[in-house]
Ligand binder design. Structure first.
Ligand code: TMP
Length: 210
């Protein structure tokens, strides 16, 4: 049974999601709220192994359909072994990326057929979906600059070219417009404190009150 709240954080490269999740986690914990922070691809031992196949190596390593299958294999494991058990104990689960990233990256980015994606999703996780999704939005060039400054080897997607990233940005905003009850767009180009305030307001509004 699902008693907790499942919140996902979405957006392009370098939009500051991970930093804001850490800040939000501190705020919620200081209010005595029981949380779990996790991420995709990954979030369970099996899914973390699949992550390494996806985020490293040549940009053309996989085609869009293969990527989607790998992502949903990882997502199923993550949902079944990490997310659902946490929700069943009443936790607030904060997840860095989820299914909207596949719609954006593999659908809009790589041009994968939407019906095919919906079929893979249904087979992997059924109708399981977030209660709330925060979509971090900022100009593509700024996000890529921040992502590049961060460095590291998990940059296979960062190297995909500006047109790819513009398609992602548009897709995330389209998702938010299509599902306004689930999604809140966060203007992530502002200073970190202003972004954190908006994140906190959006999340506290959705959490059950005593
Ligand atoms: P991260 O940089 O937010 O940790 O995400 C890892 C990369 O994986 C990022 O470049 C986006 C990509 N990705 C997809 O392409 N599709 C997905 O469904 C997910 C969850 C991530």
């Amino acid at each position: 049974m699902r008693r907790g709240t499942f919140i996902t954080f979405e957006g392009g490269e370098g939009t500051g999601k991970s930093t804001q999740i850490r800040r939000l986690a501190d705020v919620l914990q200081s209010r005595g709220i029981d949380i779990l922070t996790t991420r995709e691809p990954g979030g369970s031992p099996g899914a973390e192994s699949i992550r390494a196949l996806l985020v490293k190596g040549e940009t053309a390593r996989w085609d869009g359909a293969t990527e989607a299958l790998l992502l949903y294999a990882a997502r199923r494991d993550h949902v079944e072994r990490t997310i659902k058990p946490a929700l069943a104990t009443g936790k607030v689960v904060l997840c860095d990326r989820f299914a909207d990233s596949t719609t954006a990256y593999q659908g809009a980015g790589h041009g994968l057929d939407r019906a095919a994606l919906a079929g893979i999703r249904a087979a992997a996780i059924g109708s399981f979906a977030p209660d709330l999704t925060l979509i971090f939005d900022m100009p593509v060039a700024e996000g890529l600059r921040r992502a590049e400054a961060r460095g590291g080897v998990e940059n296979r997607y960062e190297r995909m070219g500006i047109a790819f990233h513009e398609r992602l940005k548009k897709e995330f905003l389209d998702i938010a417009a299509t599902e306004p009850a689930r999604c809140v767009v966060i203007d992530a180009a502002r200073d970190m404190d202003a972004v954190a305030r908006d994140v906190e307001v959006a999340v506290l509004k959705r959490l059950p009150h005593d």
